[in-house]
Design a protein around this ligand. Structure first.
Ligand code: FAD
Length: 467
């Protein structure tokens, strides 16, 4: 760390908000991807003026800056690959307004997602994006990753609810994108540029978010099938029939068993796959939609169909779904994960290919996720001691290649980070990728914002990370 930069940081935000002990640096070295690199310091700005000044100093002394929300990212977005400072947004934790007249919320990026849910629901409103990490992820991290969630089938993802942003650029300039107006075509849509930019283009310090009226009610249906193929076919049929449930999640047999062992012994451990389907809206619409969903499940040979009428039963089913990550980790400590999406009608083909890849490479391939929007989470582990270690890498590569072959995307909602930066070109043509890199250089000519992320790079911090 340049000593002039260090002195200026401390003068600006005070000793209490500038951490540099080894313990503190270790605490901010990693995220949920498992990647780890030590920052030189961690700073906790409190307002936009401080963020602006911190970036201006960093730009002058070429200090790398890595914005950080809750560190729950799965692709290493908040891991400081080249040291520098981690800018932790914890103190930006205010819900500034819930505007019931205009159905909007104005929030700071450090607000935890489920806290925003509770605040707006208390006023009869609804913020649909619901990543499974919502009890600990931050709104800033959700915007920077364009996080999805289970309700994306019906309501869309984070980008569909961001109306405007306050962003501090790498040189310290503060800009405002979008507005509080539903219709707004004044200039380029810069809001969309910053949503999903993974901390590489600017630091988000405030957001205007769109809200909806809270649906009158909801109900959850669980259908079990003898095979993952039948469950996947049912998903495609439900969407083809024009039924848009709020959520349409699936779990394969490995997930069912893992979750049954971990928290919910009531799950049907003998089934090959299960679908969890939620519909919401006005009470009469719910009944009609559930009936239509039930008929499609029956036509696809569902073994059992069960509606969780009571709130507690519904909540337990969704908690079970949200605990898949934790349940798999209890089963085996070392899983590698992929987050892919394919056009919905191609889910059955994708699921078939996943099974084939697992068989051919003697690798355990477990899949679950948001099937209703084409997003499949795939966890991979060695099947047994006969699995050669390099087969894990080969399986991941084969899965991404199969995804591209089916017109899918190699990153659906977890971002690119450093984990997939060298595969980004598998989905983008040369000119498009080059334009994105030029935009990055234009907005951040000294490359201080989140270096080594998003684009092909060989930057590592030694053996601690495995891109
Ligand atoms: C158990 C589990 C379940 C998950 N389920 C889902 C899911 O269902 N759907 C989903 O989409 N994701 C999911 N995730 C991934 C993760 O929670 C999301 O990517 C989330 O949006 C990250 O938010 P965060 O606050 O933790 O951000 P971080 O991990 O701290 O940061 C993520 C990225 O955002 C950038 N960033 C953070 N704050 C700002 C800011 N203010 N300005 C600019 N850049 C910023 C960082 O630099 C980094 O690149 C899950 C993760 C876990 C561990």
């Amino acid at each position: 760390m340049n000593r002039h930069a260090r002195r200026q940081y401390i003068e600006l935000i005070g000793r209490d908000h500038y951490l540099e002990s080894m313990e503190d640096r270790l605490t901010y070295a990693y995220d949920a991807s498992g990647g780890q690199c030590l920052p030189e310091a961690v700073v906790f700005p409190e307002n936009v003026a401080q963020v602006s000044e911190l970036l201006s100093i960093s730009n002058t002394y070429r200090t790398p800056v890595v914005p950080r929300g809750a560190g729950s990212g799965l692709t290493g977005g908040s891991v400081p690959l080249t040291g520098g400072i981690v800018m932790a947004m914890d103190r930006f934790n205010r819900i500034i307004a819930v505007d019931t007249d205009n159905l909007q919320a104005i929030v700071e990026p450090g607000v935890v997602t489920s806290r925003l849910h509770a605040a707006v629901e208390a006023q009869g409103l609804f913020y649909p994006p619901d990543p499974a990490s919502m009890d600990f992820s931050s709104i800033g991290g959700n915007i920077a990753e364009n996080a999805g969630g289970m309700r994306a089938v019906k309501y869309g993802v984070t980008k569909d609810f961001v109306m405007g942003l306050e962003v501090v650029l790498a040189n310290g300039e503060v800009i405002h994108t979008g507005s509080r107006c539903v219709k707004d075509v004044v200039g380029y849509d810069l809001t969309r540029l910053f949503v999903g930019s993974e901390g590489t283009l600017g630091v988000i310090t405030r957001a205007i978010l769109k809200l909806l009226p809270l649906p009158e009610g909801k109900q959850t249906l669980m259908a079990t099938f003898d095979s993952i193929g039948r469950a996947a076919g049912t998903v495609a049929d439900i969407i083809k029939k024009g039924i848009i449930p709020t959520t349409l999640e699936f779990m394969d047999r490995h997930c069912i068993r893992a979750v049954a062992q971990y928290r919910n012994p009531g799950l049907p451990t003998g089934a090959g796959a299960l679908l969890l389907i939620e519909v919401d809206g006005k009470r009469r619409e719910i009944e009609t939609d559930l009936d239509r969903v039930r008929k499609v499940c029956e036509a696809n040979g569902a073994l059992a169909i069960q509606v969780a009428k009571e709130k507690t039963g519904q909540e337990e089913l969704w908690r079970s779904r949200r605990s898949v990550h934790a349940a798999l980790t209890q089963l085996r400590p070392n899983w590698e994960e992929e987050d892919i999406s394919v056009p919905i009608a191609r889910i059955p083909e994708m699921v078939h290919m996943l099974e084939e890849i697992g068989r051919q490479l003697n690798v355990l391939v477990v899949s679950f996720g948001h099937a209703g929007d084409g997003n499949i989470h795939v966890s991979i582990a060695a099947r047994d001691k006969n699995t050669p270690p390099e087969n894990m890498r080969r399986a991941r590569e084969a899965i991404l290649k199969a995804t591209v072959a089916l017109e899918g995307r190699i990153a659906a909602e977890h971002g690119i980070g450093f984990v997939k930066r060298n595969q980004i070109g598998w989905n983008l043509d040369e000119n498009t990728l080059a334009l994105m890199q030029r935009l990055k250089r234009f907005l951040d000519p000294n490359g201080i914002l989140n270096p080594g992320k998003m684009f092909p790079s060989t930057i590592t911090c030694g053996s601690q990370i495995q891109p």
